[in-house]
Ligand binder design. Structure first.
Ligand code: GLC
Length: 658
């Protein structure tokens, strides 16, 4: 059952894609209350010992969210401590699983700042405070936690479907900006026989960080470069930032100003704030024409053959603005010399969000009140452009998001750090993001900030081989983090080759989950709700219909404890082979050398791999597969490109066909 209450007059809906019955009486939900407080609405309910809470998307801390305080107020803060309340997104859906009684889910559909206090004070209270009197509250009940999530995923609509190549391995670094950078990266992968599907271009490819421009000195002929790479099976994925540089004479800037497409200050003039290019204006994505106009700009790059983008700085991130009176020039100067430091200093200037305005349906609305939707609307704007410009499916992933944006693009988890803690966090973030519709997601593998070690990169890759977005990305001024930058590449080659062996299965599981509006990654306790041990496991995940992923997430060890909620088949990928071993329910210590990966398949379920090793998805034949376990596997199969995707594309791979 799914119902909604509406308080005040919320904005036209963005998150819900299907109608949900409107409820007037609060009696449906007697154990809790909703009240009007001074600054907005407050929801309060009692918790009992043993009650657990799941969801809230990409937020930090555990898979079980109880004990934490989380603030939906999209924030660019690279300091991903485990108690950090806000990251880049607002994913306001959670499910409470009481120790006794039935689970229930709530979605606080509001673009306003919202605080989720999940019993952080240990007072056995769950308190949600919304800084607004306008709210759409969606309540889901019926069945176990997984069926609650499935009902929610039904109404928020189908996840974005990227092309097959977007499931290949991507190499990225803040610093890749020229034709030579791209050629070097590709050449090194080829020399070392390291598989690769795309290379990301970071801000340096632009002319002075101006959106939709290309620095001709660095990339004299983008079209030719795109072609040259495509001939080798490689795609280029450029970054686009939210802010447009203030620069009269630049057509995007001139047009945006002339047509009133930028956010404005109190006086009604375009609002100025400093980001990478210096002073910028922010497109007002709340205006449908401005949004369409911004999406159209991508044509400058899609005309050169580009088929994928990453959208960044779209919280929007602000280093300083004159409006909020911060020591701006200092920071702006710093942003060129010591960008991370500048960004860090900028973190406390969230006041800026109170100093600019959107035009929404004829009204002027303060950004602060609708802040959490900004990045999501950028995603929609670019997706709408790309749908027109790119033949077939495009790749798009964004840093900032809100539920609803999952229909238009994927997300990555932003500026994490090269640490084991961050690898563990990546594991924990996956199911939360999936509960909120974001299936195409992943972290900066190896960590963005700080210096990665060979061991950390290997172990992180061994987890990322399972995440739909698998990209190695790192910050400028950190040590080189490419798989060929750590000496002998044999172990890296083995792990990356596993990704490509897994692709027919992963792609199929992804497509089935997306088309059925289901989760891909799940906590163990979603599949085994009655198993008290499964409820405690936070470093293993269920994946698709049959896998259990058990990564090594600690330093200097080649073994770990694994909990098996039932008898399972252990699969060891070693030296290009898949070795099977039956294991019974219970605890097991498994040993996993750095160049191997161990995971589990539910007993009797089908699991397939590609029959041959390949170096990019272009060379991958999704039909040429081997059934490794079970008697059959239902494989989703298509050309990896066409938008016409439905569940009729499933064929049964039987044991005899091996
Ligand atoms: C932001 C992004 C990061 C990117 C950098 C430079 O910090 O999150 O991925 O490399 O900006 O564009």
């Amino acid at each position: 059952m799914i119902k909604q209450w509406i308080y005040g007059s919320p904005l036209p809906d963005f998150a819900l894609a299907e109608p949900v019955d409107l409820e007037k009486s609060w009696d449906v939900f007697p154990a809790s209350r909703i009240s009007k407080e001074e600054t907005g609405l407050q929801f309060l309910t009692e918790l009992f010992p043993g009650d657990r809470i799941f969801g809230l998307g990409e937020t930090m801390r555990g898979i079980d969210k109880r004990g934490g305080r989380y603030v939906s107020y999209n924030t660019d803060d690279a300091n991903h401590r485990h108690d950090m309340p806000s990251l880049y997104a607002s994913h306001n859906f959670f499910v409470v699983v009481p120790r006794e009684g039935d689970p229930w889910g709530l979605f606080f559909d509001t673009p306003a700042r919202t605080v989720f206090d999940m019993d952080s004070g240990g007072e056995a209270m769950l308190r949600v405070t919304v800084e607004s009197f306008d709210l759409r509250l969606v309540y889901v009940t019926g069945g176990d936690p997984l069926s609650i999530c499935r009902q929610f995923l039904q109404v928020i609509g189908q996840s974005f479907l990227p092309p097959l190549w977007a499931f290949g391995f991507g190499q990225s670094r803040w610093g890749y900006s020229s034709s030579e950078d791209v050629r070097r990266v590709v050449k090194r992968h080829q020399e070392e026989a390291l598989p690769l599907d795309y290379v990301c271009l970071d801000i340096g490819y632009m002319d002075r960080y101006i959106d939709f421009s290309v620095d001709k000195k660095k990339i004299p002929d983008l079209k030719a470069l795109v072609l040259e790479m495509k001939e080798q099976g490689i795609r280029l994925v450029p970054i686009i930032d939210a802010g447009v540089k203030v620069e009269p004479g630049n057509p995007v800037y001139d047009e945006g100003v002339a047509r009133g497409y930028f956010c404005v200050n109190k006086q009604g003039e375009p609002f100025q704030a400093a980001v990478w290019p210096g002073m910028t204006h922010f497109p007002d994505f709340f205006q449908p024409e401005a949004s369409r106009w911004f999406g159209d700009q991508y044509r400058v790059l899609t005309d050169q053959g580009i088929e994928g983008f990453w959208n960044d700085m779209n919280e929007p991130s602000i280093f300083y603005s004159e409006a909020s009176g911060h020591a701006g020039l200092f920071k702006l100067g710093l942003s060129h010399i010591a960008p991370r430091l500048a960004e860090r200093l900028a973190m406390n200037t969230r006041d800026d969000y109170r100093y600019f305005y959107h035009r929404i349906g004829g009204k002027t609305v303060c950004h602060h009140d609708v802040h959490n939707l900004y990045g999501a609307l950028m995603t929609r704007a670019s997706a709408q452009g790309l749908q027109e410009q790119v033949k077939g499916r495009y790749l798009l992933f964004s840093r900032s998001s809100y539920i609803g944006a999952h229909r238009y693009g994927g997300i990555w988890t932003g500026d994490n750090y090269s640490s084991w803690e961050m690898l563990r966090q990546n594991v924990k973030q996956m199911p939360g993001m999936n509960m909120c519709g974001f299936l195409y997601s992943g972290a900066d593998t190896g960590g963005f900030g700080g210096n990665c070690t060979r061991q950390l990169l290997l172990r992180w890759l061994a987890f990322s081989v399972f995440t739909p977005l698998m990209r190695d990305h790192s910050a400028t001024m950190t040590r080189e983090q490419e798989t060929y930058a750590f000496g002998d590449t044999e172990a890296f080659r083995r792990i990356l080759s596993l990704r490509y062996y897994l692709l027919p299965f992963l792609y199929s599981e992804f497509m089935k989950a997306a088309l059925r509006r289901d989760m891909l990654f799940r906590p163990l306790c979603f599949d085994f709700p009655k198993d008290p041990m499964a409820a405690r496991v936070e470093d293993q995940l269920m994946l698709g219909e049959s896998l259990m992923v058990t990564p090594i997430v600690r330093e200097d060890t080649d073994s770990r404890q694994v909990y098996l909620p039932e008898d399972m088949t252990m699969v060891r990928f070693a030296n290009g082979e898949f070795l099977l071993e039956e294991r019974s329910r219970g605890m097991h210590r498994i040993t996993v050398p750095e160049d191997e990966v161990v995971f589990f398949v539910r007993k009797g379920r089908g699991f397939i791999t590609a029959a041959k090793a390949v170096s990019c998805t272009r060379d991958l034949d999704l039909r040429d597969v081997r059934l490794i376990t079970g008697d059959y596997y239902d494989q989703y199969l298509d050309d990896g490109m066409s938008r016409q995707a439905d569940l009729s594309n499933i064929r049964r791979v039987r044991r005899e066909e091996r």
